[in-house]
Design a protein around this ligand. Structure first.
Ligand code: PGA
Length: 275
């Protein structure tokens, strides 16, 4: 995993938005995997700014969200569909027909999950997946113990996740107990993932994800098996990582490679630094 540590969450979010914007410019009809929660908010704000001030064009992109609460309709204020409308979609020139969020009120969840997976395949797969991480180490709603090969399906939320998300609902008792979520296996098929984590309350999850063993008890640790994951953390979330100096050295080398200053006999043979 490539690890980028920024001074604060604003700088980290700008960095994440730049990865997204670079892809959208290079491949205007790319497929983005999107996340909800407080973590990606500043990244979305930066993408909106890039759309307004630098004409970043989203008209051809397709999006797939990671998850949705079961029981909430798409117009429920706490639904993830509403979250995406309010925090991103309503402010950019995205084609609404190309935005996909699982349906929390599907009549047949098994069929709906199968169709969601099929829609991702039909769109050509996800080029870039944005991920947050739960304090229990989950990605999407793949709670501890989830199969690392799992596909889109229903999951029960842990009491830790219910507690973490109670702030959005005005009390733990109002948080839905079930969600539809992409599986760990679904996420691992994305071509590239950007994992975001900010704040000291994420430090242990980040440590276990990046430097711990791969285990279903910390589903984000499965990202170690992926060929192209970029972890973008703020100082607080990265504070328990023991190999911070090495990650910083890799970033310095990466900057040299990108600027063509890598000390190589021929610039064209400069290696690209894959994690
Ligand atoms: P948060 O949630 O961004 O609100 O911290 C992350 C998650 O639970 O995946």
């Amino acid at each position: 995993m490539r690890v980028i540590i920024e001074i604060d969450s604003e700088a980290a979010s700008r960095r994440a938005a730049k990865f997204v914007a670079d892809l959208v410019r290079k491949k205007p009809d790319c497929v983005l995997g999107l996340a909800t929660g407080s973590t990606p908010l500043a990244t979305y704000r930066e993408l909106i700014r890039l759309h307004r001030e630098e004409a970043l064009d989203f008209s051809q992109i397709t999006t797939f969200n990671l998850d949705e609460y079961v029981g909430l309709s798409s117009i429920h204020p706490q639904s993830y569909r509403q979250f995406m409308q309010i925090n991103l979609f309503d402010h950019i020139n995205i084609n609404p027909d190309l935005t996909n969020v699982p349906d929390g009120r599907a009549l047949d969840f098994e069929a709906h999950c199968r169709q969601y997976e099929q829609r991702i395949k039909d769109a050509g797969g996800i080029d870039l997946q944005i991920l947050g991480i739960g304090s229990d180490g989950h990605i999407a709603f793949n709670e501890p113990g989830s199969s690392l090969g799992s596909r889109t399906r229903l999951k029960s939320l842990t009491s830790e996740t219910i507690r973490d998300n109670a702030r959005f609902f005005g009390g733990e008792d109002k948080v839905p107990r079930l969600a539809v979520t992409m599986g760990v296996g679904t996420i691992l098929e994305s071509r590239r993932c950007i994992l975001l984590a900010f704040g000291a309350h994420k430090a242990m999850a980040v440590k276990e994800t990046v430097e711990g063993p791969v285990t279903a008890q910390v589903t984000a640790s499965a990202l170690q098996l992926h060929r192209e994951v970029i972890g973008v953390f703020d100082e607080a979330a990265a504070r328990l990582l023991v190999r911070r100096d090495y990650y910083a050295d890799v970033e310095k080398a990466q900057t040299l490679v990108e600027s063509g200053h890598f000390p190589s006999p021929s610039p064209s043979s400069a290696p690209s630094l894959k994690p």
